[in-house]
Design a protein around this ligand. Structure first.
Ligand code: 4AD
Length: 574
């Protein structure tokens, strides 16, 4: 019978341990286990080191019993480990075989099949039973046993595509990644009852080509725009983020909105014009002008095309424009951009009431057309399930009554005091009021002093102007408009009040000289009306590549240090 030695403090439980006094085991259970692994027939005698006596002593009967139990446990564990290792080896062998056969599968088109008709996805839904070829980006990728499901996106829609048989097993398919571009060939089939997919169809793929393989791993698409990333990082990756469901949906609704607005203008007989963006006049105050060096002269990026639209009335009648306006806004509110798409119109020979009714018609009808649009309508429902189309007439609320309402509801002005006549109703107060009332509001008759130089005074109260802001729940002001001063002297007084040098405005002033007329107009912020329609928290989500102070990227000359020093990312001030 052999002897094995155990010393808890310095022993080592390994199969290579000798078990001598110099190289003892750590535990008695392992010593027994090791001796059995060496197929020793007889149980060894165990000696345990006793620190108190500083010597090895034979193990007690109770400790031996415990060691035997422990040894049984170790044996079971070893068997399990062996089984697992075997399984792993088998799996590795299977995978290697699979890979080898996957590598051997070449994807080839079956020449005997009917020629595939080139189709955009939106058009494929009606081609049940036909063999088509569609190109696009892999939006989703999922494998289910021996079938690969691809949701393909081409901007016109989404289609579910099924790859089975050799196509699903081929290495080329296993290597596919999200956002790779492919051309898929196959037959459009109707989905079985109870299953849902875009268009109610599926593409049974019989052949495909890879156009551009997107990276996987570290550099994969999902790593670049991981959900919940810092908004600033997502803005850096805007070119990729735009491919996401929500942003692309908003951009589609945006396109439908602009199309609908043009349709309403057409129905109302307004003519589209495109005034210049490089100007030498201000419209909405000097503090938000973007200055530029225009061949040595001072010029600005336009704040509004209004003044130019006014000059078109005499030649073209009622006119509109949809183009960029620029504001050097210092504040970082969730509804201010440095560049936004401005929908502006100007109408001649009308009253203030006519103007309000026209704005009402434009908003109600263009929203109606968006909701009726087969692509944008469902997207609005998806983005803003609780959206209710506005109905005319909108609530009319005079500025003076709004002041009373704010005081009655204990909403304070910017100084933290009760509102008084003449106070500007700043963004936070305005939104509280609009959200509480909860319906579209025409806020009218603002005091002369808080509005622009060109606004006409009300004949029954010269302290106030024939002006309107359209306020929508969750966003606040989406439109600003007014009747314009059509009298020469009154206009000159307006310029003087605002301290504006009139030299640069001779062409605008001439409108009052060569056949003046009552007229009015308005401007709608496209991103603001969209934020309301699509229920977005900020107008930044409604612009393709939003520009605001500190953000001109992609691509930007603003340094990273500047951005991080200003922490512009997700801070909005009201
Ligand atoms: O109220 P605003 O400044 O009015 C004008 O510019 C007039 N000249 C328009 C006209 O009568 N033709 O701007 C009109 C609208 C606002 O109601 C708002 O929706 C949007 O333009 N807007 C902005 N949108 C995003 N970012 C900004 N910095 C904006 N400033 C104004």
């Amino acid at each position: 019978m052999s002897s094995l030695y155990i010393k808890e403090a310095t022993g080592v439980d390994e199969l290579t341990t000798a078990g001598s006094q110099d190289h003892p085991f750590k535990t008695p259970a392992y010593a027994l286990f090791a001796s059995q692994q060496k197929s020793d027939a007889t149980e060894p005698k165990l000696f345990v080191f006793k620190t108190e006596d500083n010597e090895y002593q034979e193990i007690s009967a109770s400790a031996l019993k415990k060691a035997r139990k422990g040894c049984d446990g170790l044996k079971k564990k070893a068997v399990k480990q062996k089984e697992q290792e075997l399984k792993k080896q088998q799996k590795e062998a299977e995978n290697a075989a699979k890979q080898l056969s996957a590598l051997n599968i070449t994807i080839k088109e079956d020449e005997s099949l009917p020629a595939a008709i080139k189709t955009r996805i939106y058009d494929s839904y009606s081609k049940v039973g036909q063999r088509v070829k569609v190109s696009g980006w892999i939006h989703r990728l999922r494998s289910n046993k021996k079938v690969i499901f691809v949701v393909l996106r081409d901007g016109s829609g989404f289609i579910q595509c099924v790859l089975s048989g050799d196509l699903a097993l081929a290495q080329q398919t296993l290597d596919l990644t999200l956002e790779s571009t492919v051309t898929l060939y196959g037959t459009i089939v109707k989905l079985p009852e109870g299953k849902t997919a875009p268009g109610g169809v599926e593409l049974n793929v019989d052949y495909y080509e890879v156009v551009g393989l997107a990276p996987g791993g570290e550099d994969s698409f999902t790593n670049k725009i991981a959900e919940g990333s810092d908004p600033s990082l997502l803005l850096d990756q805007r070119h990729l983020a735009l491919r996401g469901d929500a942003l692309s949906a908003v951009m589609k609704v945006r396109a439908a909105l602009l199309k609908s607005v043009r349709r309403v203008y057409d129905e109302e007989h307004l003519t589209e014009v495109t005034p210049p963006c490089m100007v030498q006049t201000q419209v909405e105050g000097g503090s938000t002008l973007f200055k530029m060096n225009y061949y040595g002269e001072e010029a600005y990026l336009t704040q509004s095309s209004q003044l130019y639209l006014e000059t078109c009335l005499a030649s073209l009648g009622d006119v509109y424009t949809i183009q960029e306006s620029f504001r050097a806004e210092k504040s970082h509110t969730r509804r201010h951009l440095s560049e936004y798409t401005h929908i502006e119109a100007e109408l001649a020979f009308l009253t203030f009431d006519d103007l309000l009714q026209h704005i009402e018609t434009l908003i109600v009808k263009s929203v109606q057309y968006v909701l009726e649009d087969p692509i944008a309508g469902p997207l609005v429902k998806q983005l803003n399930p609780n959206f209710k189309a506005p109905k005319a007439p909108f609530m009319r609320l005079q500025y003076k009554d709004a002041i009373t309402w704010l005081n009655e509801h204990d909403i304070k002005n910017e100084e933290g005091e009760d509102f008084k006549f003449g106070d500007d109703i700043a963004e936070a107060a305005e939104r509280k009021m609009t959200d509480t009332i909860g319906v579209p509001i025409f806020l009218t008759r603002f005091p002369v002093e808080i509005k622009s130089f060109y606004m006409k005074r009300c004949s029954d109260d010269p302290r106030v102007t024939e002006s309107v802001d359209v306020l929508m729940p969750n966003v606040g002001e989406i439109t600003g408009g007014s009747m314009r001063i059509d009298d020469m002297d009154e206009l000159m007084a307006g310029f003087k009040r605002e301290g504006i040098d009139t030299d640069a405005y001779y062409w605008f002033i001439d409108q009052r000289k060569y056949g003046t007329c009552p007229h009015g107009g308005y401007g709608i912020g496209t991103e603001r009306i969209l934020a309301w329609l699509c229920d977005r928290f900020t107008v930044r989500d409604c612009s393709l590549y939003p520009r605001f102070s500190g953000r001109c990227k992609p691509w930007s000359l603003v340094t990273e240090e500047y951005v991080s020093a200003h922490i512009y990312t997700n801070i909005y001030t009201d």
